[in-house]
Design a protein around this ligand. Structure first.
Ligand code: G3P
Ligand code: CA
Length: 262
């Protein structure tokens, strides 16, 4: 057990699969999301950006080079920005081979595909909006996509969970105005002096794990927010953070986290 003998039982922390179970499957693909679910994650984290033709796609980098074969398929289109390619072009890319040959042919998914996949599982979604300053209107597009699925936007408190997060705190403030009923989080570690202001629009503070000291965790909780540090793959570090009282951990290895938590 994580809690020391004699301490009050804590609500169970969330196991959050980072970019899917990305230690094992190509990050931000349906294969990685599926594996995160199979490894019993409570939520799967993905990164969302926007194509040239205004479609919502799931990829971490703002360029396609690291995780696809775009340089071979479109050698003349450097620097291969997500924003400069249509959805049809992006769908023609192989987003799996870079990780392992068995994932050849894996595609960059749309946000809709990830939502469809998760519909049939017990896992929720931690949706990071990556670099929203590059994609005018992305907040409204995400809100529109979610509102087509009312059970995501009005979740049963005991059921499906959705959190929208970003390193861009101004974007999170804006998104909270668009869809106030959706849980939102800021990525990074606002100074203690700024937490009261952040708490006016955010439900979560999700910092790098090195910022999740016992004192900072207590400060975030004192402002009524939860805290879910990223990205933690070492079991000893997971235990330390759980002992300090974090509300969730974002990990590339949800199977390791599951073992630590049970
Ligand atoms: O969910 C937190 C984490 O994903 C933030 O960093 O760069 O992996 O998107 P990054
Ligand atoms: Ca992310």
């Amino acid at each position: 057990p994580v809690a020391a003998a004699g301490t009050a039982p804590q609500p169970k922390a969330s196991n959050i699969a980072h970019r899917g179970a990305s230690a094992y499957a190509p990050e931000n693909t349906l294969a990685a999301v599926r594996l995160g679910v199979e490894m019993k994650s409570d939520l799967v984290e993905i990164d969302v950006q926007q194509t040239k033709d205004d479609r919502l796609v799931v990829i971490h980098d703002t360029t396609l080079a690291r995780t696809t074969d775009v340089e071979q398929k479109y050698p003349e289109r450097a620097p291969w920005r997500v924003a400069d390619f249509t959805l049809a072009e992006i769908r023609s890319l192989d987003a799996g081979s870079w990780k392992a040959p068995k994932y050849a042919g894996e595609r960059i998914p749309t946000l809709a595909e990830v939502l469809d996949l998760l519909e049939h599982t017990r896992a929720g979604l931690l949706l990071e909006v990556k670099s929203p300053d590059l994609y005018p209107g992305i907040g409204q597009r995400i809100a529109d996509e979610l509102q087509q699925r009312p059970h995501w936007v009005h979740p049963d408190p005991a059921g499906r969970r959705l959190v929208v997060q970003s390193f861009d705190w101004g974007f999170i403030r804006h998104f909270n105005e668009l869809l106030p009923q959706v849980t939102v989080g800021v990525l990074g570690a606002p100074s203690t002096g700024r937490l009261a202001e952040v708490a006016t629009y955010s439900d979560q503070v999700n910092p790098h794990h090195s910022d999740a000291t016992s004192e900072y965790i207590a400060d975030v909780h004192a402002h009524g927010m939860t805290i879910n540090p990223y990205t933690v793959d070492d079991p000893d570090r997971m235990r330390t953070l759980l002992d300090r009282g974090v509300d969730g951990i974002i990990s590339n290895r949800p199977d390791v986290l599951h073992d630590v938590m049970h």
